[in-house]
Write a protein of this length. Structure first.
Length: 437
């Protein structure tokens, strides 16, 4: 006996009729959603099409990519129902199950996979059509509610991340970090989540600029250290120290590449791939049994050029915001290491063109004057600039001494200047001027 002729069906019939009449009044004004039928189209399909529904049949129910949809799971008998439940993979869209009455276990399984409604397999097509409209609106309402809840959760996550960045950069507690975000939002007439997202995005862009800029510097530092190791007057302990610095520099390049991939999230993918390819060539040159400084220098130049392109792409995204100044400061690291590299190569590599040494001096001075003239402020920046000034003078003295002492002096001076520039960059990344844009 059909389900609708059973005592239960007769009792429910007036209820379905009320729903059908109410929904039919508005069905003509509602744009229908595509029905994805699985594993086959139900007998009610022709009637649903006549009512304006668009049907599509698939072997397994899954969310489509071409617009909103509802699922129709057609299981005419218990064998088909059992086959449907052989996997626990989610349907990916709201679904109606048309089947014999499921058991408690079957009901729980199909609900867990995303079905929102069960109806008898022989349900009247008109009732099914109207209930599908109800289900579609219900699913839309639930999605809007879930989206609103997720948006609030995301806002809290942005705020928590921003507070953590401020706490780390400024050395303040959670209450002070939140007060800083709130006051900034009030002063800029912005919403707190917008300020929090801005802090996170700016901090990530600043980190990407720093790491991409570091690749430029490391390309020159690696060749400088390789040249230092080939200086015949270097003592064994100093040679081991130079090798340790060389190994640490190579590890830093690899770590930067991995972190940049996380920060960029497929943005500037071609530029980052070029940096990775250039590093692979330099890494291969370093692994060669017979070190060839000329070969390493050529590979380092390719790493430098590809890193410059990546920095340019990131600087374009930074625009005129204070975070854009970070690219100028990180360039000083490159120039200092390239200057020391040119000085060392002129000492240990016969026939090396030393014209780059004088050009490097002028380039560093001009770049440093530009950074000094930039509108940078903050209690930690002035001591950092003073340390850079002092270290720069040490490197200059190393470049001017006699040849016998020049190698060690240039190496020591360039390492001291590098440390001072790293401290300056760290101070700049922690300044409110940069973080808050």
């Amino acid at each position: 006996m059909p389900a609708w002729l059973s005592p239960r069906g007769l009792i429910l019939a007036p209820f379905w009729g009320v729903i059908a009449r109410a929904m039919s009044d508005i069905s003509s004004s509602i744009e229908h959603t595509t029905l994805i039928c699985s594993p086959a189209e139900p007998p009610q399909g022709a009637d649903l099409r006549a009512r304006g529904w668009s049907l599509r049949t698939v072997s397994e129910l899954a969310a489509p990519t071409d617009g909103p949809a509802l699922g129709l799971l057609w299981c005419p008998d218990r064998t088909a129902l059992a086959h449907l439940l052989h996997t626990d993979r989610a349907f990916g869209l709201p679904a109606v199950l048309l089947s014999p009455p499921p058991t408690t276990e079957e009901r729980r399984a199909v609900l867990a996979r995303g079905a929102l409604l069960w109806l008898p397999a022989d349900v009247n097509a008109g009732v099914l059509a109207d209930l599908l409209l109800w289900l579609r609106d219900l699913a839309s309402h639930q999605q809007a509610r879930d989206s609103a809840a997720q948006a609030k959760l995301d806002e809290r996550k942005w705020t928590e991340r921003a507070k953590g960045l401020l706490m780390q950069a400024r050395g303040i507690d959670e209450a002070a970090a939140f007060a800083l975000l709130r006051n900034t939002a009030m002063q800029t007439q912005s919403k707190l989540p917008e300020v929090a997202r801005g802090v996170v995005h700016t901090s990530e862009l600043a980190e990407a600029l720093e790491r991409a800029g570091a690749q430029r510097m490391l390309s020159q530092r690696i060749v400088k250290l390789q040249a230092l190791r080939q200086w015949p007057r270097l003592a064994p302990p100093e040679r081991r120290e130079a090798q340790a610095l060389l190994d640490a520099s190579a590890e830093r390049v690899a770590a930067n590449l991995a972190r940049l991939a996380e920060l960029l999230r497929h943005d500037l993918a071609e530029e980052l791939a070029a940096v990775s390819a250039a590093w692979a060539q330099l890494d291969a040159a370093l692994a060669h049994r017979q070190p060839d400084l000329a070969r390493s220098d050529r590979a380092a130049q390719r790493l430098l050029e590809s890193s410059e392109t990546l920095v340019a792409g990131l600087s374009e995204r930074a625009g005129q915001r204070p975070v854009g100044l970070l690219a100028q400061v990180t360039r000083l690291r490159l120039l200092s290491q390239r200057l020391a590299k040119e000085g060392l190569l002129s000492q240990v590599l016969p026939g090396h063109d030393a014209s780059g040494l004088a050009a490097g001096l002028d380039e560093f001075i001009q770049a440093y004057d530009q950074v000094r003239a930039a509108p940078l402020a903050g209690p930690a920046l002035q001591p950092a600039f003073a340390a850079v000034d002092e270290a720069w003078l040490v490197l200059l003295r190393g470049l001017r001494v006699e040849q016998g002492d020049a190698v060690q002096r240039m190496h020591q001076g360039s390492e001291r200047l590098l440390q001072a520039l790293e401290a300056l960059i760290q101070a700049l990344q922690g300044s409110l001027q940069l973080i808050l844009g």
